[in-house]
Ligand binder design. Structure first.
Ligand code: GRF
Length: 209
């Protein structure tokens, strides 16, 4: 069983897709051992509690310095002894120590086809605003391993989503979630849990069978 911890900051719809995937058997060999949020009272925590998954809140507000916050985050993760850490809308820059310790064991979902519309400052609605501004006809989502950079780690899965003429950032965000994010994140976890993902020379090889 792949011991999986999920890190969240908000609504938790990707977390919900993971919970549903484990329950429905779309994700196999996986145990959701902990959900950690950097914000108290968010919907994602409610979703975790409802599913019976242990939760923890590690908020910057509770610590005098960023170093103390980083250490608390690391120990909240270590306590769960995870084999995989999933960033599902986690709006915190991970401490380098954490990224190094869990190298190729942290995955993130980004709401565009990396390397488009990604990097520092590209999160939330901004990603979709920029895609619409540029007038691209296709966008999508990417699941990737997390390295020391921003959205720069090895890509595991991507799925394209068509842009429609009268899309607003909000409409596009919803379509990207429904058609791409909620599909490729559970799929990526299942592939990893079943030993079908390997990283060679910073590139991912997926055993698609
Ligand atoms: C998603 O759009 C994801 O791509 C991004 O943050 C958002 C999280 O949404 N990284 P939710 O909390 O899973 O609903």
């Amino acid at each position: 069983m792949l011991r999986t911890a999920v890190l969240v900051s908000g609504g938790g719809t990707n977390l919900q897709a993971i919970i549903d995937g484990v329950r429905d058997g779309q994700i196999t060999n996986t145990e959701l051992v902990k959900v950690i949020s950097n914000k108290a009272g968010v919907k994602a925590l409610e979703r975790a509690e409802k599913a019976g998954i242990p939760t923890a809140v590690v908020s910057k507000k509770g610590y005098a310095s960023i170093e103390e916050f980083n250490d608390a985050l690391l120990s909240a993760i270590d306590d769960a002894s995870p084999d995989l850490i999933v960033l599902a809308g986690f709006l915190v820059v991970l401490p380098e120590k954490l990224v190094k310790k869990y190298s190729n064991k942290i995955i993130n979902i980004h709401p565009s086809l990396i390397p488009s519309f990604c990097g520092v400052g590209y999160y939330g609605l901004r990603v979709h605003e920029e895609a619409l501004k540029r007038g691209v006809k296709v966008t999508g989502a990417t699941v990737h391993f997390v390295d020391e950079g921003c959205d720069s780690g090895p890509i595991i899965l991507q799925k394209a989503v068509e842009i429609q003429q009268d899309d607003t950032p909000e409409i596009l965000q919803k379509r990207v979630m429904e058609q791409a994010e909620w599909k490729i994140m559970p799929k990526a976890i299942d592939l990893i849990a079943n030993g079908r993902v390997t990283v060679v020379d910073r590139k991912v090889k997926v055993d698609l069978r």
